[in-house]
Design a protein around this ligand. Sequence first.
Ligand code: ATP
Ligand code: MG
Length: 319
Amino acid sequence: DALGPTITIGEILVEIMATDRGAGFLEPITLIGPYPSGAPAIFIDQCARIGGSAGIIGCVGNDDFGRVNVARLRADGADVSAISTSPEFPTGSAFVRYRHDGSRDFVFNIARSAAAQIDLTPAARALIARSGHLHVMGTAFAIPGAARIIEHAITAITARGGSISFDPNVRKELLGQAETRARFARLVDIADLILPSGEELFVAAGMEAESEAVQALLGRNASEVALKRGADGSTVFTRDGRRIDCPAFAVEEIDPTGAGDCFGGAYVACRRLGMPIEQALTYANAAGARNVTAKGPMEGAGTRAELDAFIAATPERRT
Ligand code: ATP
Ligand code: MG
């Protein structure tokens, strides 16, 4: 990471989850949490844990939900200097309950929380000024102020020769919005690495067939597309025509939340540490798989040693 740390921008949350599966929160149920969460926070935590230089721009409240997040990120080696504390708003939160079919019910407090108070503070500008890579999470665009900070970071980081990655990470409900589509199109145009999952690929590319969609993305600025396939593993496509498939590791899925973010954090960190695609992809698959074995969105993020042990001990999933 000679040019400086990998940074990301966006929501830092706590997650509080129902211990039992079922529908919603309409009667008293047993909950467990707070767990540190928020897609950008999960990404940057995995990035730091595996040994990448990493920092995040975000905002938490002056409360224990904020402290639990900052303490975790700091302990895992992330630069927390650009996390501001809102004196007025509480830390953002997500209550989640899994249904029996694997879908989820949420109660979010993000739009009126500290997470939405993110700003281009002097500390944020300073972190951007010394960073070498920006990872943009689609979820961050749900926060009104984030787009401006992301634009500033894109300009500053590309000007100093840094690179950009983009995880569309979008909820289906947002895909219809014209503003969201325009922002996505811009990121797709400039990102060096794009990490879509499922239908995000087709939305990002604006077409239906996988190979055409991948070629469309590689026809813009991206030299690599890392396609996440959940329990079916992942594939990296390169502009020079290579296709590297990585089967998933065989694990028992306890909590799928955060797999894609850990995958991205590990992949970006490993590539920036100079690893070849095959090795970075193996670590990314391991990071995603290991994370789903633990309850809590970032509880299964692994250090390089933990992921080496996981890889040695876990068979590949046969498809
Ligand atoms: P998220 O819900 O966090 O946005 P995503 O849809 O972006 O996730 P996934 O494809 O679900 O990303 O997961 C990312 C990677 O993690 C997969 O490509 C795979 O390598 C690994 N992974 C995810 N789920 C499993 C699983 N059940 N078993 C093994 N590996 C998994
Ligand atoms: Mg995702």
